[in-house]
Design a protein around this ligand. Structure first.
Ligand code: VG1
Ligand code: CO
Length: 551
């Protein structure tokens, strides 16, 4: 096998965002674009000779081509073995599982998650370290630095590898092992949950529907729900993974998972509904005519973890991203365990889990997971819910309402303004920064915080996080307006989009009064919403009258 050194010049835009490098497929198709980034990863991680790499993706357009390139580059960069999912497929949680189980020198995951796919859609790539989790910021920054000075990459001259047959083949000195992408993951799930109890629930007339949104979870859901748990085959819909996700937007929320939402809110609705995203790490949970917010879901999983075999020994702690509601904090307090608040992105949970400080983690963006792997995990969350439902034998809605009655309700919503001009988005953030002094209390001047009706501002800041394990500091993680009564508004710019800017507004208030728990979140948050629009001048600066997506 011949190894070629190919001369190249840097691209200036290979800065990883919240979760890896995400760009249009066309950007990745530029000559040397993918190769430059992959070489920058390999140059950063110091590949020990003969090391093993895990490799797979969510099956979107360009996945197969990218895998062939990466295999040849891995061979040329000294890897001894690559474990690649059959057909180039590994869901993000399954990739994390494989990295940990086979103790590989990390893995490369090809996904742009919930972003649309196809020739005109998005593609993405990220490196996960040997713990199975997304590389921390110091590594992604080093990869970016390497991408800015790269002058050459190494690639083997070799024929393509057959990805659709299980087994080993050679690529020069390297072994390529094509593995079953589902079995290791399904086995891990079976070790955590009470499959017998869930099987009994499903055979007693409890009906579920899972929407794979034509993305990666179809084969995983079929194996677990249908083959192992005995659900009827039609319980899994849109189960055929397609390279363009059927033209849809594989994002499990009330807007994009509308087929599932219509079924769960329609006549003769199933008892339980769930969906996952492009790469299988997100989850949406629905009951009959009922939506569980991801923030509530995390809190409810924590409060009921003692019912689940894999978590019966107790939780070490809980972590949530800053914009996620504080519902989980209340459960942590009741359980007498710590609750950590991290910046947005799963990479910030890794150190806490590795150090044994937390067991459950969650984000408001439909992400929930635990220390069984180091990624958020869509099907895991669905199984956790099914296990609770099997143990409690109550409807989803009743479980949520009982939870609110006990802990109070953290009323929550996120408003996204997608695809706005970058300058306008930066202008909104700058405007908010400029108003901190005017909004917050100033004890020296004997002045309290700004008053908006019954709400008074306590403090404003731009969230900064010091990792309690390695002391690393991450600044500029979102502007917070915190009110005296515990309500808050958070403004953040997305780090996963590929066009223009996406501005997210996160709104939260706390309602202890059970007689008000039936209120619609948008109604209950109306005052906060109007304060958010007023102080940010969002409408004037972006020309947008309403959000693109409300969750
Ligand atoms: C979004 C979510 C964040 C999540 C990230 C990756 O990031 O808000 O909570 O971790 O996506 O999820 P941002 O920067 O756009 O707000 V996934 O399923 O896209 O890998
Ligand atoms: Co995802």
């Amino acid at each position: 096998m011949q190894i070629r050194m190919v001369a190249t010049t840097p691209f200036t835009d290979q800065k990883p965002g919240t979760s890896g490098l995400r760009k249009r497929v066309q950007a990745f198709r530029q000559p040397h674009y993918l190769e430059n980034f992959v070489q920058s990863i390999f140059d950063t991680i110091d590949v020990p000779a003969g090391a093993t790499l895990a490799l797979g993706g969510d099956g979107r357009h360009y996945n197969r081509e990218a895998i062939q390139v990466i295999l040849k580059m891995a061979a040329a960069n000294g890897f001894g073995r690559v474990l690649v999912g059959k057909g180039g497929i590994l869901s993000t949680p399954a990739a994390s599982c494989v990295i940990r189980k086979y103790k590989t020198h990390g893995g490369i995951i090809l996904s742009a998650s919930h972003n649309p796919g196809g020739p005109d859609g998005d593609f993405g790539i990220k490196y996960n370290t040997a713990n199975g989790g997304p590389a921390p910021e110091k590594i992604t920054e080093a990869i970016y630095a390497a991408s800015k000075t790269i002058a050459q990459y190494r690639i083997a001259d070799a024929p393509d590898i057959a990805l659709d047959e299980l087994g080993d083949s050679r690529l020069g000195d390297m072994t390529v092992s094509v593995i079953d992408p589902v079995s290791d993951y399904a086995e891990l799930m079976e070790s955590l949950f009470d499959f017998a109890a869930i099987r009994a629930l499903l055979s007693n007339g409890f009906r579920i529907r899972f929407d794979a949104m034509h993305a990666v979870t179809g084969p995983y859901a079929r194996e677990i729900f249908v083959n192992r748990l005995g659900a009827p085959a039609d319980s899994v819909i849109n189960a055929e993974p397609l390279e363009d996700f059927g033209g849809g937007h594989p994002d499990p929320n009330l807007t994009y998972a509308h087929e599932l939402v219509e079924a769960l809110y329609g006549g003769n609705a199933p008892d339980f509904g769930a969906a996952s995203d492009g790469d299988g790490d997100r989850n949406m949970i629905l009951g009959r005519h009922f939506f569980v917010t991801p923030s509530d879901s995390l809190a409810i999983l924590a409060a009921n973890a003692h019912l689940v075999p894999g978590y019966q020994q107790g939780l070490a702690g809980i972590a949530r991203s800053m914009p996620t509601s504080a519902a989980a904090d209340r459960v942590a307090a009741a359980l007498g365990i710590p609750c950590y608040e991290t910046p947005t992105g799963w990479k910030f949970f890794g150190n806490l889990m590795d150090a044994g400080k937390v067991t459950l983690c969650g984000e408001e963006s439909f992400g929930t997971g635990s220390d069984h792997i180091r990624e958020k995990d869509g099907l895991w969350a669905v199984l956790f819910w099914l296990n609770i439902l099997a143990a409690r034998k109550q409807p989803v809605e009743a479980i949520v309402r009982e939870h609110w009655a006990r802990f109070g309700r953290n009323v929550y919503s996120r408003h996204d303004y997608e695809g706005i001009p970058i300058d306008a988005a930066n202008g909104v953030m700058q405007r908010l920064h400029d108003r901190f002094a005017e909004l917050q209390a100033c004890p020296e001047q004997g002045r309290g915080g700004a008053q908006f009706g019954h709400l008074q501002v306590r403090r404003c800041d731009d969230f900064s996080y010091t990792d309690p394990v390695d002391g690393s500091v991450s600044q500029g993680q979102g502007i917070r307006i915190l009110f005296v009564d515990g309500s808050r508004i958070v403004f953040r710019l997305s780090g996963t989009g590929t066009e223009g800017a996406t501005l997210r507004i996160y709104l939260e208030s706390y309602e202890p009064d059970v007689s008000k728990h039936h209120l619609d979140a948008q109604q209950a948050l109306a005052t906060l919403i109007s304060i958010a629009l007023g102080v940010s001048e969002l409408r004037q600066r972006t020309g947008r009258e309403r959000p693109t997506v409300i969750t």
